[in-house]
Write a protein that binds this ligand. Structure first.
Ligand SMILES: [Zn+2]
Length: 365
């Protein structure tokens, strides 16, 4: 797969199916995140029909057989996150600042969770029925679902296609892209230990909760594969508290004691503040175990919610990306030397700019 002019193409050069007439917004502020979702439906067509009906949108829909449909060019805003928040982006008081302005949305066709067992099959909303082998048994990061712990599995062909697609996006938007997250990660927010509902959401409306793509989606291995990371290896992040919590917080030592709340557990010699750099060494549900540095440089560790962490891509990758860019720039000079000669002609005619000594064409290595 490859991205050309913000549209997705197969390796053989054929453009992926593009669904016209889906509504979308203005220019994306920057592509910093890829947000994974699931459709809570049976087919790509049913998801696309609901986008038409509800005036929502997403950039890509990946069907269960791996068929990809693009609905919105990658440089335009698709309305896929709703009010949302992650690290330094999004804040419930500023609607225009949600993650849709900074991300590409990908919908995986999947019925999501809340299946419960009746006799030898699993049902949801009384009318949807799946056999045992299609069910992943578990609970979401946030402790849901309400009725049952069955989630529809993602077929390997769908996951493999998503890996291919997201690798192409990571390559195309490497200058700005920071991380891959799930809708379940960015949708919820807590303030001083209490769940906060976003400005436009009705208080207590369960529809404000998002559990997609859910525990059946292999997020840890998926993220490692598309970002070319070693799964579980330490990674650097910058802390951003913004306005949702006090401007400094203590790490805690036992997140399981606090459930969804980040109370004053106080572990380590120093509280964290915005812009501190920490290393994530372990993840569990929506918690991250981080290693921070004391004033004297000695390390200490503890847990904090992932949502206040902005990934710092490794410098090696940045250098590689820069090197590739230099090679692309250098190439035309190597193959089209007459351009330089023409420029020298103009300089000579003007008689003002001193003629540069002739430089040999740069041959990319
Ligand atoms: Zn979603």
């Amino acid at each position: 797969m490859k991205v050309i002019n913000d549209l997705l193409y197969e390796d053989d050069g054929t453009q992926c199916q593009f669904e016209k007439d889906i509504k979308y917004g203005g220019d994306l502020a920057a592509c910093e995140y890829i947000v994974m979702h699931c459709t809570t439906g049976p087919t790509a067509q049913s998801a696309i029909s609901s986008f038409h009906r509800e005036g929502l949108s997403t950039h890509l829909v990946i069907d269960r057989d791996g068929t990809v449909t693009q609905c919105v060019p990658f440089n335009k805003i698709a309305w896929h996150t709703g009010s949302s928040q992650w690290a330094d982006k999004g804040y419930r008081a500023v609607d225009s600042d949600n993650l849709s302005n900074y991300s590409i949305g990908i919908e995986m066709v999947n019925w999501e969770g809340d299946f419960y067992k009746v006799d030898d099959h699993w049902v949801k909303q009384k009318k949807i029925s799946l056999p045992d082998e299609d069910i992943f048994f578990g609970i979401s990061k946030h402790g849901y679902p309400v009725h049952g712990c069955g989630w529809q599995k993602y077929p390997p062909e769908q996951i493999e296609k998503a890996v291919e697609v997201v690798k192409a996006l990571v390559a195309a938007y490497s200058e700005t892209l920071l991380d891959v997250v799930g809708h379940e990660d960015i949708k919820k927010e807590w303030e001083n230990g209490e769940q906060v509902f976003f400005k436009n959401d009705k208080q207590g409306d369960p529809n404000t909760d998002r559990e997609d793509p859910g525990p059946a989606f292999p997020m840890a291995s998926f993220r490692a594969r598309v970002l070319a990371l070693q799964e579980g290896a330490p990674e650097d992040f910058e802390v951003f508290f913004r306005d949702v919590v006090p401007d400094y917080r203590w790490l805690i030592d036992q997140p399981e004691l606090y459930g969804r709340n980040w109370k004053q557990g106080r572990t380590g010699p120093k509280a964290l503040a915005s812009h501190d750099i920490v290393q994530v060494v372990e993840r569990k549900d929506w918690w991250a175990k981080v290693v921070a540095k004391n004033i004297d440089g000695t390390p200490f560790e503890g847990w904090m919610p992932e949502r206040y962490l902005k990934r710092i891509p490794p410098p090696v990758k940045e250098k590689e990306a820069l090197k590739e860019k230099e090679e692309i720039v250098a190439q035309p000079q190597a193959v089209i030397p007459p351009v330089n000669e023409a420029a020298e002609e103009i300089n000579k005619d003007k008689g003002k700019v001193p003629k540069k000594p002739h430089q040999p064409p740069i041959i990319p290595v």
